[in-house]
Design a protein around this ligand. Structure first.
Ligand code: FUB
Length: 347
């Protein structure tokens, strides 16, 4: 066959093969022949984000979108944590998420050495206030809490005061250098905003209306088995303090426990465990929000593998579950699932 005809014949065969592939393959795969793509995890199932490791989820509802701030876990083998930046995502339906990229680097706080640990963003007076833990430089050794601000929930956030809001030296009770971490912020019905934080000891203080200074003393509200990761929220007349707990006599990994109160200043009543440990994870961290009439609790585990990187202490994955209340205001136990919110809430 002349070269020209051979080429033509090859092209015809290739075109035929392509045609067969495009019409036959979906059915041959034994799945929905009308599906445009092979089935993947249902939207809303856990973990929420599968292309990078994420931890310490902090939700914020703005209008008809829920924004989620997370720490970016980048630990390689042999590293405990490697967290340099915070990322933001948002959703309108809890199933499909938009990635907004990094909103801030830990070293954007000029007084910080690094460590983009847990954070929370709160809206007030048309601006967005980002409270977070970082490692302070040698002038105030240990972890510290900074505050940054932006006109948009997707940032970028910039240091709002040029120095730490809370340093390790301001809470001398703690036995270690990472006592001042994991800030949670909450605005009460009277307009006052409160910040709680801590590791082993849980502290609370009121913020001045300028959002960048403490207004009054730091007091301690440590509930039983408190380890870290406090989260404040209110429903009806009840205040909730949900946190990562560690009962060192019985557990090797953190779980989630909570306490309730009829005032932000307590006293707090311990209500026991809300959920167990995150799969494969020593840490777990709650973030709670009501969105479009439904309550959610965000958590993290270490069950995600990306390439050759398995989940680990410093390679975690954010999850979400429905949060439901009993008639008396206590919380129903949360079961951590792979389905997450891809299925309707349990009845
Ligand atoms: O992500 C670093 C630290 O691990 C957080 O500050 C804690 O809550 C724990 O999740």
């Amino acid at each position: 066959m002349p070269a020209k005809s051979r080429t033509f014949s090859c092209l015809r065969h290739a075109a035929l093969a392509l045609l067969l592939c495009s019409t036959v393959l979906p059915a041959a795969a034994g799945t929905d022949p009308h599906a445009a793509h092979p089935p993947g995890p249902a939207p809303g199932s856990n973990p929420l984000f599968r292309d990078r490791f994420t931890a310490d989820p902090a939700p914020l509802v703005v209008g008809d979108r829920l924004y989620l701030y997370v720490g970016h876990d980048e630990a390689r083998d042999g590293e405990m944590f490697n967290m340099r930046q915070w990322l933001a995502y948002s959703t309108g339906d809890m199933k499909h998420w938009t990635y907004h990229g990094p909103v801030m680097q830990a070293t954007d706080f000029k007084w910080a050495k690094g460590d983009a640990w847990a954070s929370q963003v709160i809206g007030k007076d048309g601006r967005y206030w980002f409270y977070t833990a970082v490692e302070h430089d040698d002038t105030h050794p240990g972890k510290a809490i900074g505050v940054a601000v932006s006109d948009s929930p997707t940032g970028p956030f910039v240091d709002a005061r040029g120095s730490a809001l809370v340093t390790n030296q301001m809470t001398p009770k703690g036995e270690h250098s990472w006592e001042d971490i994991d800030p949670t912020v909450f605005t009460d019905d009277d307009g006052s905003t409160w910040i709680a934080w801590g590791n082993r000891h849980c502290y609370i203080a009121r913020l001045k209306p300028n959002m960048i200074e403490l207004d009054g003393p730091i007091t301690e509200i440590t509930p039983p088995h408190f380890e870290e990761g406090p989260w404040l929220h209110k429903r009806g007349d009840t205040y909730y303090l949900t946190y990562a707990s560690l009962d060192r006599s019985t557990h090797t990994d953190e779980r989630i426990s909570y306490a309730t109160a009829s005032s932000i200043q307590g006293p707090w009543t311990y209500r026991g465990e809300l959920t167990g440990s995150g799969k494969n994870s020593f840490t777990i961290h709650p973030g709670i929000a009501e969105f479009k009439g439904q309550w959610y609790i965000f958590l993290h585990n270490a069950a995600l593998t990306i390439g050759d990187q398995e989940g680990a202490l410093g390679r975690r994955a954010v999850t979400v579950e429905y949060l439901q209340y009993n008639d008396d205001g206590t919380l129903k136990p949360v079961v951590q699932t792979e389905e997450g919110v891809s299925v309707p809430p349990p009845r």
